[in-house]
Design a binder for this molecule. Structure first.
Ligand code: PBG
Length: 336
């Protein structure tokens, strides 16, 4: 007869619920949203069924929904109408991105943390996150100058947090200095500290209608590298990052666990477009139980150490979590 019986702790839902180590809460979730310039009606993104490019009016509604669902935050991405080599549109103080942030910030009414993406890839015609030298290489230092201008514009428009996703050296220190010089001392910096050169961002290209010439391997991290994330963490902490992030999430849980163990600031993880698309595609074929896989994927990211999760499932997951026991999810169908 066995002497040690771990199954005792798994016997009833009530016992399991009491003893669970990891829970999800809507306040930990951040919804990424795409707002497109000149759009008349919300448009579904081909490779991200259920996710839309929004108009200013529809993103307002979505923000209210996110607020009412008790989410933690919302991350704004802009899809501009025109692009050029410098990504000029990104630093237009009266531009579309600033208008979109203002609309979201207004609808958030202080109950949701408003975040914005600081990067040039949506605004450049070559699709890179920075400006290029004549030889086609990235001009790191000219790029972080542009990020700094962008961050000040976003913070002025109402962003509580600026998300630095460009993976340029020195971007956090440069942006912090520019914000401080502009008197924007309360704006937080979310640093994409360990952002990998990942194929999981594929559907995001559809979402922001960007095409990339070449690849991002000279600035985003090599998926084969783990140790490098800890060096990035040291640099980002010393540069004033308020939140550090790992991206993608699901395939990088080891990196997330490393950062969560070592970091002195909160850690976020981004469940990216390709992670979303894979779950949707398999679910649409009836090959997996959609709700259970979504919740499991989010729980796994929390378990690995994320304090905050950026996920396209934020609204849906919040609805499931409201008033439902985590392990009773299959009998509590999602609220429409
Ligand atoms: C950069 C940025 C990207 C994503 C978030 N911020 C694209 C990239 O770096 O290639 C990807 C998010 C996703 O795939 O869901 N602006």
């Amino acid at each position: 007869m066995p002497h040690l019986r771990p199954r005792r702790a798994r016997r009833t839902p009530a016992i399991r619920e009491l003893l669970t180590q990891t829970r999800l809460h809507p306040r930990d979730l951040v919804l990424p949203v795409f707002v497109k310039e000149g759009l008349q009606e919300p448009a579904e993104i081909r490779s991200m069924p259920g996710v839309y490019q929004h108009t200013i009016a529809s993103v307002r509604d979505l923000t209210e929904q996110a607020r009412d669902a008790g989410l933690g935050g919302i991350m704004v991405f802009a899809v501009p109408q025109s692009r050029d080599a410098l990504g000029s549109g990104a630093t237009d103080p009266d531009g579309f991105f600033a208008a979109a942030i203002r609309a979201v910030a207004q609808a958030a009414e202080g109950a949701l943390v408003v975040m914005s993406d600081i990067c040039l890839d949506e605004f450049t015609d070559h699709g890179h996150c920075g400006v290029l030298r004549p030889d086609g290489t990235i001009d790191n230092d000219a790029t972080i100058d542009r990020y700094a201008q962008m961050a000040v514009i976003h913070a002025d428009a109402g962003a509580d947090v600026v998300g630095l996703s460009g993976m340029m050296d020195g971007q956090t220190a440069e942006v912090r200095a520019a914000l401080d010089d502009a008197g924007l001392i309360d704006t937080l910096i979310l640093s994409y500290t360990a952002k990998y050169a990942s194929a999981f961002y594929g559907p995001f290209r559809d979402a922001v209608e960007s095409t990339l010439e070449g690849d991002r391997r000279t600035y985003q991290m090599d998926p084969a590298n783990r140790r490098e994330a800890l060096r990035a963490l040291d640099i980002e902490e010393a540069s004033g990052a308020d939140i550090v992030m790992v991206k993608p999430a699901g395939s990088y849980l080891d990196v997330l666990a490393d950062l969560a163990a070592a970091s002195s600031v909160p850690v976020a993880a981004y469940q990216v477009s390709g992670e979303y698309a894979m779950i949707e595609a398999a679910s649409a074929n009836g090959w997996i139980d959609r709700e259970r896989v979504i919740v499991e994927s989010l729980i796994a990211i929390r378990r690995a150490g994320a304090d905050v999760i950026l996920t396209y499932y934020a609204l849906e997951a919040a609805a499931w979590l409201a008033g439902s026991r985590r392990d009773a999810l299959p009998v509590n169908p999602p609220v429409a």
